[in-house]
Design a protein around this ligand. Sequence first.
Ligand code: FDA
Length: 457
Amino acid sequence: MEHLERDVVVVGAGVTGLTAATRLSAAGKSVVVLEARERIGGRLWTDVVDGQMREIGGQWVSPDQTALLETLDELGLATYARYRDGESLYITRDGELRRFTGDIFPAGERTESEITRLIEILDGLTAEIDPAAPWAHPRAQELDQVSFRTWLEQQTDDEEARENIALFVAEAMLTKPAHTFSLLQALLMAASAGCFSNLVDADFILDKRVVGGLQQVPLRLADRLGADSVRLGTPVRRIEWDEFGATVMGAGVRVRARHVIVAVPPNLYDRIQYVPALPRLRQQLQQHQSLGLVIKVHATYETPFWRAAGLSGTAFSPYQLVHEAYDNTNHGESRGTLVGFVAAEQADASFRLSAEERKGRILESLAAYFGPEARRPVTYYESDWAAEEWTQGAYAASFALGGLTRYGELQLQPVGPIRFGSSDLAGLGYQHVDGGIRMGRRLADDVIAAAREEESA
Ligand code: FDA
């Protein structure tokens, strides 16, 4: 067993942990990052599978994500725009395939005007929400007690309008059914991206990608720290703590430090034994946050054949297994890639099928949008984050109904020398890489401020 002494131990080498660690190191603190996996980046992972480069986890960057954009600049990483020329596709409730441009799905005049009306209402409510403290809204309790689905039922009798609006938050963002989370949770998601209209605007929310993949952010941050400061294959199993510091135990290493940052998603806090145990309400809090479930599917073809048909590759339908799809062709490649998403209850059902049957149904759904050529990709890949021990779902964590007002405020409060944070706890950039960077900066600044206070005492 190796024994180390550091000012700060960071648990988790995702973008949050590495942002915190590099900031602390730049401020003169000694830091070590302990990472369970044999790789850096957590939910950011670029890999070559069957000869094809894939962004298996997070990949897109939107204009509101200024912390991420600053980091990309600092690290010298170039971006490119997602291909979006041409018309988008929508499949109606009756299974009719329609082409459209703009944000509002061509669901018929009445439904379209209901969708526009609901977006306006949601924009109004979102403007009242502080993403860093949604529980502080004067009607927070009321907004947190009603499920997003029930609230939509109270607003309109137009089922297709409801299902489309639900899609933007339920399947497309939180990757949970709309009856399992509150209106307040939906508003937090929208407020974290600026407004509800931004969630609806695919050109905004899925604007750019990073040349070479978004995992380069954590990889380059880790390079800055140096190989000795990031220990891979080192799951942290136990943290013994008191008011003076902590001893953090991972496979083969024991680190004594004044401060600990646990930069892992909240569903994994419990994989660590805390001695003494965390306070009771913290133990409650983490039982109310869970990850959603989504299958990110990459299908690569010899050419981006949909472009010749005047299609952007963007497709949506609440009535399809693949509820949204995009042109995800990598920078500089002649092959064309479509990315599609199967979320929430559709993902549950898909994972009950054999791999072959699941692939068949997913390709059939892509073919419903893009025609028979979509059935014959050269390579096909499903990201399966729920099967990963050190994530257990995708994209990120959200509160169950009522949890945000009961426990949200507690989540960033330190416990003795231990601070918790990840993109799942962010305000701006919530559930996104941008939020992870903001969270990492905040955790580091809190530790630096606490250390300064101690020095001057
Ligand atoms: P993250 O989970 O990345 O890191 C935590 C780290 O802690 C992991 O490396 C884990 O192995 C480690 N760990 C856990 N327990 C441990 C223990 N006990 N001991 C040691 N280490 C431990 N975002 C975005 O901005 N744009 C996008 O397009 C997408 N799309 C997207 C698609 C998919 C499929 C996924 C899964 C996610 C996205 N996201 C995204 C979300 C984005 O990837 C995510 O919010 C951040 O990468 C999370 O970074 P964190 O560092 O907060 O957690």
